[in-house]
Design a protein. Sequence first.
Length: 534
Amino acid sequence: MLVGMQGDRAQELVGPDVWRICRELIPVGSVFAFLAEHREVLFPAEFFADMYPSPNGRPSLPPQVLAAVVVLQSLQGVSDFEAVQQLRCDLRWKAACGLGLHDTGFDPSLLTYFRRRLARSPAPRRIFTTIGEVVAATGVLDGKTRRVLDSTVLDDAVATHDTVTQIVAAIRRVIREVPDADEVAAAWCTAHDYTDPGKPKIAWNDAAARAQLVDALVTDALNLLGRLPEQPLDARAADAVGLLALVAGQDVEPATGSDGRDGRWRIAPRTIPDRMVSTVDPEARHIHKNRTRHQDGFKAHVDFEPEVGLFTAVAVTSGYGPDNSEAAVAVDLLAAENPGAVGGPELTVLGDCAYGTGELRAHLTGQGHTMVIKPPPLRRAVPGGFTIDDFEVGTDTVTCPAGHTTKLGRPQTNGNRTAQFKQVCANCPLRQRCTTAKTGRTINVHPHHELLTAARVQAATDTAWQDEYRRWQPPVERAIAWLVTHGHRRVRYRGVIANDLALHHRAAALNLRRLINLGLTATNGSWHLTPATP
């Protein structure tokens, strides 16, 4: 046998050693050949010791072999089942993972088991971290201080659900997970037979029938939530109750009659911020990457070194809210560069206008970094009219292009200060170029106004800045293309945590491939680059 029950390699392979007898068939300089030669150095057995503290219950395959499978799987974009089929039938996979010619592989569930162990371990991103240590050992990034930030949307693995489907699914989940909820539902939930796996049977082209169904489903949800018995709930039951409360209210509002309320519920004619799009994957969100591109899923963020072509940090977020914005995530991505340490690198950080916030600029300035980040475009109150850059902003006053001066108000919750010109705009000869508001022009001054103004001036006038941006910003678009090719645009898992781990594995595999192309090899346990001679 190839392996023992404790995940230790046995003495004999199942059939001849593929790497020994078929070496000439494995492409030289490929990830397959590299793993076949250096797999045990890259992923030694002790590397996974903390994942298996007990001598019982370990997989029947060494974890370092599973790690090699995960790398190849992430590189080629195949499912667990397809990866096992490749391992069974493809000589390259067998050589890379150290299997014998006649080895039939293993059950695909072993990969799920391995990823679950990895996700719950103290170092879930260890494969990415290990490749990062190889990068550091080669010194390939020494002196390379440019970093480019970017993000892309990853499509969800499940279908987006409409309001009716979400409410029905959430009610079913409460009935299934909460003790005695089935008795409450039998007595108070009458809009639909919740044991029926299908959607409610109505004339879906009839607006009145749809409205009546929505009202009845919301009423069922509220009746169920309001009449559940008082009792302690476990995590699954509590999640089910919270999910029902969320979906029952996120898309609906009271229908209003002549008296202001007629006791019914209707679909709200508005967009709900942070709307959950699926009860199957509650962490997925509807994401607007730009005005024309709308997707459901998650947002992938990358920190990329453009000259060598390596990912230095990646992350997946739900894609909604200030904590998930590009600028907010950028702080965490760059933290891996050790920006605050004595003698640490001073970076040149590039990014598009999504990273051009005043808060991020202030943070990078404080860390001693140079910014080549495109400033966000200014909004004009009148097409072709004046922007805030045409106003003179002082410490406590603002002067308009016509020479009128007004005081700045106190800082608001978000730190902005407001200047209102009010009646001075009434007879101003420049009014048509300034505002259409009846109450006159209002100027909102950002707390980092000076940084933002200086950035706009630099982007418009500094040719060196413009050349730097044009030269080094495009490579990250190519990196994003690498990241999502082979079906990786659509995530394979549910939730932020699982997909964040998958993105780290994908980036690790791409980094390893890039290092191999640069001549990565190991000598006496030491990593170095030996570029091929022409």
